[in-house]
Design a protein around this ligand. Structure first.
Ligand SMILES: NC(=O)c1ccc[n+]([C@@H]2O[C@H](COP(=O)([O-])OP(=O)(O)OC[C@H]3O[C@@H](n4cnc5c(N)ncnc54)[C@H](OP(=O)(O)O)[C@@H]3O)[C@@H](O)[C@H]2O)c1
Length: 335
């Protein structure tokens, strides 16, 4: 894999921006303003998903911005994902067409299988189906090889320029790759200074798969129960275990007169790992993008690498994240 400054080159030759806006847990005016602020600030990658139930807002804001600025559509790299309820025969094409309809696009730049496990839904709008007792409707018949074959078909049909996976472990990626005609271009997983996943990084490097790191700040708004102050995002009281509060991260930030968030993002892109921080705050959105004017030294990179907490740094696992807790009995549960 090679990089071209602010981009990384995917296996099919397309440039993917290393920094994009994450759009989960936002909707309506807030999301519309965030997408507009991001595009104005220079972001050229937007990450959404069918399961976020906000593709219509993303599409509307994107088209308004393209029209206002006279920018061609191909300048913006749009990512969306096959929902967990689409992990069956016919799912990829059906759900990608629905996403394209919402986004008002002819193609997406990257379509990801959101999770390796599947859920059975009675309707396409029920993105997290549960039974009468409140348990998730696990689809034990999920077959990631046949889902991948259908992902290849949507790529061949031109509906997605690139295809990839999210939340897959190495074993699951091996299984897909051993049976694939088109190899995954991207793996999107939780990755930050506190959960660096060196083995996954090494595997992806060898397979020429680009990693996109989600939750680069540890997703403080989702998991604020671990924060002593209980504030969202962290208010800087220290000692509450958040990566934005890490003393080494803060020291490196002081060295460069930047924010801890900028250090966390720079740490990733400097290793050719793409990342998609979420913010609904236009000032932070602009600040998070302003990471191209400084470079972390080798010593700083090494110091930040020592902050890896391994599995203890994971937020999107069965300890904290309800979806992963509830589906841990699924045969393709990845963790
Ligand atoms: N594939 C998957 O399964 C998966 C899972 C999770 C996430 N994702 C993707 O990854 C994106 C990012 O992950 P995430 O939203 O969970 O977590 P995140 O980006 O690590 O954290 C977002 C939180 O950080 C705060 N924040 C943003 N900039 C900040 C700054 N400069 N200083 C202090 N706080 C700041 C935000 O608050 P404000 O909004 O108030 O700024 C928000 O509370 C998602 O939006 C989604 O697109 C994918």
């Amino acid at each position: 894999m090679s990089g071209r400054g602010r981009h990384v080159v995917l296996r099919m030759g397309q440039n993917m921006p290393l920094l994009g806006l994450g759009c989960s847990q936002m909707g309506g005016e807030k999301l519309s303003a965030a997408v507009t602020a991001a595009l104005d600030a220079g972001y050229r990658l937007i990450d959404t998903a069918y399961a976020y139930e906000n593709e219509g807002v993303v599409g509307e804001a994107l088209h308004r911005w393209l029209g206002r600025t006279g920018t061609p559509r191909e300048v913006v790299f749009v990512v969306t994902k096959l929902p967990t309820i689409g992990m069956h025969a016919g799912g990829p094409e059906k759900f990608l067409k629905k996403s394209l309809d919402q986004l008002r696009l002819d193609y997406v730049d990257l379509y990801l299988v959101h999770t390796p496990f599947g859920l059975k839904a009675k309707s396409d709008t029920d993105v997290f189906p549960r039974d009468d007792k409140g348990y998730p409707c696990l689809d034990d018949a999920t077959d990631i090889i046949s889902v991948w074959k259908e992902m290849e078909k949507v790529a061949k049909a031109g509906l997605a320029k690139n295809i990839g996976v999210s939340n897959f472990n190495i074993k699951q990626m091996r299984k897909v790759i051993a049976n694939a005609t088109f190899l995954p271009a991207v793996l999107q997983v939780e990755l930050s200074v506190y959960i660096q996943q060196p083995q996954v990084q090494e595997y992806c490097r060898r397979q020429n798969i680009v990693i996109t790191a989600y939750a680069p700040f540890g997703s403080p708004d989702r998991f604020n129960t671990g924060c002593r102050s209980g504030s969202s995002p962290c208010d800087g009281d220290g000692g509450c275990g958040w990566v934005l509060e890490d003393p080494v991260v803060r020291l490196v930030a002081e060295n460069h007169s930047v924010t801890p968030a900028q250090v966390l993002l720079r740490f990733l892109v400097q290793q050719n790992i793409a990342t998609i921080p979420k913010s609904a705050n236009p000032t932070r959105i602009a600040q998070n993008f302003d990471i191209w004017g400084f470079k972390l030294t080798e010593t700083e990179m090494e110091a930040l690498k020592t902050r890896d907490k391994g599995e203890a740094g994971r937020r999107f696992g069965s300890n904290y994240f309800p979806l992963f807790k509830w589906v841990s009995d699924h045969p393709e549960y990845p963790l």
